[in-house]
Design a protein around this ligand. Sequence first.
Ligand SMILES: CC(C)(COP(=O)(O)OP(=O)(O)OC[C@H]1O[C@@H](n2cnc3c(N)ncnc32)[C@H](O)[C@@H]1O)[C@@H](O)C(=O)NCCC(=O)NCCS
Ligand SMILES: Nc1ncnc2c1ncn2[C@@H]1O[C@H](COP(=O)(O)OP(=O)(O)OP(=O)(O)O)[C@@H](O)[C@H]1O
Length: 281
Amino acid sequence: MKALCLQPLALPDQLADLAVEALIDEADLSPKPGLVDRRGSGAHGDMNLALMHASALSLWPCLRQMAEAAQRHGEIAAPLRAELGRLGREGEAAMLATTAGVNTHRGAIWALGLLVAARALSPLSSDPHTLAARAGRLALIDDPAAPAQDSHGTQVRRRYGAGGAREQAQQGFPAITGHALPQLWRSRAAGASETHARLDALLAIMASLGDTCVLWRAGQQGLDALQQGARAVLDAGGSASLAGRRQLRALDARLLQLNASPGGAADLLAACLFLDKAGSL
Ligand SMILES: CC(C)(COP(=O)(O)OP(=O)(O)OC[C@H]1O[C@@H](n2cnc3c(N)ncnc32)[C@H](O)[C@@H]1O)[C@@H](O)C(=O)NCCC(=O)NCCS
Ligand SMILES: Nc1ncnc2c1ncn2[C@@H]1O[C@H](COP(=O)(O)OP(=O)(O)OP(=O)(O)O)[C@@H](O)[C@H]1O
């Protein structure tokens, strides 16, 4: 019998695999306050776990093409930014075709697209801080072909002055490098299970992020409830402790009452999981 000889996967394929895996891990992680997870739809009438999985898988070609574009261009400049913008819009169209119009991963395409491109640009330096800063430099370049939009994020920024997805990326993802990754590593080092360490990382993002999804649906009151509730879980010992889990249940109930879903924090957790593994490819 002939021996099966497997070719190593090309870097863009590996990066798309890793990004989709991060999206699926984020969706599966439970119990996430207010969000779609294995238990149910959280504060969303229009999403469920199967839809999140299908959406994540639909993004694989777009993410691979973003990595290929970065390899081809080889530098952080306007032509690469323009191509990523075009691919991102095509990715959104593929997502919406898969979900019959539901916005399951808009923010995730943005964050993971930039990070996948950053990793493909220079395979040699791939520690999380370098990648996040490189993605931030890409996000700072204008995309002249981007259509003017009056998105929820734009409206919320006008009303509350909050920074949103664009600013988070342009600043080099401080919610990930300054909060999520340090918490993920601290919780693991303290002996927490991988699920609890990831929940703690999500809570660390929630405690500090100006999440425009929450501001849109529940205003400043909703954002305050999210940030204070997430901080209370961490202060009580995190999701691995009994006291922390009580606080987590209370936060989930409060977000459902406010109809608030921290989708921006969920996107950034997926990006954090991607960065945590991207260096070891
Ligand atoms: C920058 C984006 C996210 C638009 O942002 P905007 O705030 O205007 O839109 P919207 O209200 O639809 O929010 C997008 C999503 O970001 C996430 N989000 C919300 N708050 C935050 C935050 N503070 N930080 C990070 N993500 C957040 C949420 O999931 C939200 O649904 C992006 O969709 C975009 O402009 N795409 C254009 C195509 C492009 O250039 N793609 C490049 C691919 S690399
Ligand atoms: N597990 C998850 N549950 C819910 N949202 C998530 C999850 N993971 C990521 N998200 C993000 O949340 C965003 C969806 O949020 P939302 O439905 O609030 O946006 P919207 O359609 O713009 O607004 P709305 O539904 O309030 O009118 C997506 O962009 C997606 O990236």
